[in-house]
Design a protein around this ligand. Structure first.
Ligand code: NAD
Ligand code: TYD
Length: 365
């Protein structure tokens, strides 16, 4: 595969995947298809936008005719599909947009791949990036398991590839549906597909509506840190570059028709993680230790808030030799430093500047 379509490449995880593929595979042509919604920010890719093997296409994955034309024009052989609406709180307010982009957008890409490849599937792959949230929520019944200085486990059960789908939010319901369409195209048309379901990512370039960048930003500006409910919910955190590395491995070595779970083996209760972020950020800002804990503000819980996510990624580790980073605190500190050092990136988002500049540059064709 030489001509690769990466969707959602202007978003958080997509920008790391695009950067990795563009730098690591100069022999590939990388086409980044992105609609540039509020979550798409081409500043995330400033360092590679001049590379000869990188190409940006502003388009909506739901626009089937346009997507099909892109497949044909660029002789697309491989797809890494990340474009999605990704924030649970937004899905609670506006489920229609999630159904449209995540379900119909994925269907439009699958159908374009099928029509363009016409059964000639040699050297072709449709790789769909999904979430562990499709499996629903786990119990948190092992209070001895976790600690503030390290990841869990916070319960006995883990999501594995055989776990039944039981999505509980409009976001996870839309992602679950898209996963089912991907599998249906494998079973019905033998379209070569692969799916990975990953846990919560963190790292540079994450939109500051998500927990970790939001907490860092609020500490910096001495704003209240909203903790949903009692902060008892548990998430398994993975450094975004570990995810991008897993995507590279699965894209090149994963087996068609298979699903692989990706996780960090690193479960944190929200409140413990927030305190850990405060500890590191206060130190880096030269604040008195624990000063920003006074910013913690317990707020009304998210509706249907999933209690715990925890991933068993042994299939990927055993079959394709992938491992997550071992030192979470080092990666967390690296991430916090990045947000503190890249004030302009954050300010451009909070002021809306990022949308004006780049979105005018790329008019819809
Ligand atoms: P993000 O919200 O940061 O980025 C999404 C990107 O998709 C944006 O650039 C946006 O402009 C683009 N997009 C949205 N609608 C589009 C459309 N109709 N057409 C074309 N482009 C469109 O998301 P992210 O956090 O980088 O997540 C990327 C993928 O990984 C998603 O599919 C998400 O479900 C999945 N995922 C995310 C996490 C996580 O922790 N963030 C974990 C597991 C899986
Ligand atoms: P988030 O980053 O939105 O990811 P997801 O909902 O996909 O897991 O949230 C991570 C956890 O942090 C989740 O349990 C909700 C919680 N949370 C807060 O307590 N306060 C906040 O302001 C946000 C955005 C999230």
């Amino acid at each position: 595969m030489k001509n690769i379509l990466i969707t959602g490449g202007a978003g958080f995880i997509g920008s790391h995947v695009v950067r990795l593929f563009v730098n690591k595979y100069p022999e590939y042509q990388i086409y980044n298809l992105d609609k540039l919604t509020y979550a798409g920010n081409l500043e995330n890719l400033k360092d590679i936008e001049q590379k000869p093997n990188y190409h940006f296409i502003k388009a909506d994955i739901c626009d089937f005719e346009r997507v099909l034309q892109i497949f044909r024009d660029h002789k697309i052989e491989g797809v890494v599909h990340l474009a999605a609406e990704s924030h649970v709180d937004r899905s609670i307010k506006d489920p229609f947009t999630f159904a449209k982009t995540n379900i119909l957008g994925t269907l439009s890409l699958l159908q374009a791949a099928k029509e363009c490849w016409k059964g000639n599937y040699e050297g072709k792959l449709f790789y769909h990036i999904s979430t562990d949230e499709v499996y629903g929520a786990l119990e948190a019944d092992n209070p001895q398991g976790g600690s503030q200085s390290g990841g869990g486990p916070w319960g006995r059960d883990f999501f594995c590839e055989q776990t039944k789908y039981a999505p509980r939010s409009p976001y996870s319901a839309s992602k679950a549906s898209s996963d089912h369409f991907v599998r249906a195209f494998f079973d019905t048309y033998t379209l070569p597909t692969v799916i990975t379901n990953c846990s919560n990512n963190f790292g540079p370039y994450q939109f500051p509506e998500k927990l970790i960048p939001l907490v860092i930003n609020n500490i910096k500006h001495a704003k209240p840190i909203p903790v949903y409910g009692k902060g008892e919910n548990v998430r398994d955190w993975l450094f975004v570059e570990d995810h991008a590395r897993a995507i590279d491995i699965v894209f090149h070595s994963g087996q068609a028709g298979e699903t692989y779970n990706i996780g960090g083996n690193n479960e944190w209760k929200n409140i413990d993680l927030i305190k850990q972020i405060i500890k590191i950020t206060d130190r880096l800002l030269g604040n008195e230790s624990g000063k920003s804990e006074s910013l913690i503000c317990f707020v009304t819980d998210r509706a249907g808030h999933d209690l715990r996510y925890a991933i068993d990624s042994s299939k990927l580790q055993d079959n394709l030799a992938w491992q997550p980073s071992s030192d979470f605190n080092a990666k967390l500190e690296e991430t916090i430093r990045w947000y503190l050092d890249n004030e302009q990136w954050l300010n451009n988002i909070t002021s809306g500047e990022y949308e004006k500049y780049y979105k005018q540059m790329y008019e819809e064709r």
